[in-house]
Write a protein that binds this ligand. Structure first.
Ligand code: FES
Length: 107
């Protein structure tokens, strides 16, 4: 198991356990983090699983693929250098303790 902390717009934090190999998006859905919509179910065709990764964790992530970067351009909330699609962030021991901030909107 690995920990993921979701930070809501209000500043409220929720830390959840995720199985290795699951995505941050799946962990959000499993734990009723409503700000993650994930309309396409993780097939990288909706951008409604947008999150902002905490700066402290950015160096632990593989860079986004060209497809992910292109999809992020369609995200409803402003795209920042820390923007990622949470369906593309797969939990490994190296990501234990990651923090992601939830955007204002997904549509
Ligand atoms: S769930 Fe649709 S792009 Fe991530």
């Amino acid at each position: 198991m690995a920990k993921i902390t979701f930070v809501r717009r209000t500043g409220q934090q929720e830390t959840v356990d995720a199985e290795m190999g699951t995505s941050v998006m799946e962990a959000a859905l499993d734990n009723d983090i409503d700000e993650i919509v994930a309309e396409c179910g993780g097939s990288m065709s909706c951008a409604t699983c947008h999150v902002y990764v905490d700066d402290k964790d950015l160096g632990r992530l593989a860079p986004p693929s060209d497809t992910e970067t292109a999809m992020l351009e369609g995200a409803a909330a402003p795209v920042k250098p820390s923007s990622r699609l949470s369906c593309q962030l797969t939990m490994t021991a190296g990501l234990d303790g990651i923090t992601v901030f939830l955007p204002e909107e997904q549509y």
